[in-house]
Design a protein around this ligand. Structure first.
Ligand SMILES: [Zn+2]
Length: 281
């Protein structure tokens, strides 16, 4: 569902703010590679207001458009990045989603006594979608597992995702800068443009190397290394076999650090501590 479109004057408008009398009816797809004519659809009980192609003549999304078909996780990551820059440049209203992964850390000691035994899972994505669109977007939804991030990316449209800012450990970070391809994480990290927070990277596992005291999961070894690292202390929390990982698409979470010992090419590492730091896509 497309939540924003481009007006005849080139400005972006959200479906919630759109008024035909004020903004005119000449509208086009917000994807910069597409730009085909779209029209406004009023909200009803089932659907929130949105924009849509007619499906006739020239009003069909182009192949490269983020709304042409259901996107893969990887494509969503790329489109959200592309859209977020446009949305931010145009000052489109953003939504804050809280993210707290503390409970995934086997070393984490909760500050408060558990109220009850029942673990509260993150709000399911359809609700996040609705919450974001409802009257009180200031009330942050929250994410607390990789699974909930995966669901969010698989169920919310890319333009809406692109309006999310993640609140994590006192920082507010555009979602596309925190949940990204490892290539982007590596690039931002070596430019000094990352925060002291866990990052969430998408990638395909190239190989796994198991040494006596440390295991390495390589995402790439081409012009630089991007490696997930598990130390001996955490072996007991990590049960995946090599064949579960190699050639698989994953989303992995961890703090970024440089490995200063590899001299031949730059090496970014991400320390992971258990199975829960990886989600298969
Ligand atoms: Zn389009």
């Amino acid at each position: 569902m497309m939540h924003s479109a481009i007006l005849s004057n080139g400005k972006l408008i959200t479906a919630k703010e759109y008024e035909a009398e004020r903004h005119g009816i000449v509208l086009s797809c917000m994807d910069p590679t597409c730009n085909v004519p779209v029209h406004f659809v009023k909200g009803d009980v089932l659907n929130t207001p949105h924009f849509k192609t007619s499906g006739k003549a020239n009003s069909i999304h182009r192949e490269s458009c983020g709304f042409a078909k259901k996107l893969t996780f990887k494509d969503t990551v790329f489109k959200v990045n592309e859209y977020q820059e446009t949305l931010r440049a145009q000052g489109i209203r953003e939504f804050v989603v809280k993210l707290n992964m503390d409970k995934l850390d086997p070393d984490y000691i909760p500050k408060e006594v558990n109220r009850s035994g029942s673990e509260k899972e993150a709000t399911p994505p359809p609700e996040i979608d609705q919450k974001l669109l409802k009257e009180k977007p200031e009330t942050p939804s929250s994410l607390s597992s990789l699974k909930s991030i995966k669901k969010l990316y698989q169920s919310v449209s890319p333009d809406l995702l692109a309006s999310i800012v993640i609140s994590i450990k006192g920082n507010q970070i555009p979602i596309s800068k925190l949940i990204c391809h490892y290539d982007m994480a590596h690039y931002l990290f070596w430019k000094g443009n990352t925060y002291e927070v866990p990052y969430f990277v998408y990638g395909v596992v190239e190989n796994v190397i198991r040494r006596e005291k440390v295991w390495f999961i390589n995402l790439t070894s081409e012009t630089y290394f991007f490696t997930l690292v598990i130390f001996e202390k955490y072996f007991k929390h990590f049960t995946y076999r090599d064949e579960d990982l190699v050639n698989k698409e994953i989303l992995a979470m961890g703090f970024l650090r440089k490995n200063e010992y590899t001299k031949d090419k730059p090496s970014t590492e991400m320390i992971i501590k258990s199975d829960k730091y990886i989600e298969f896509l």
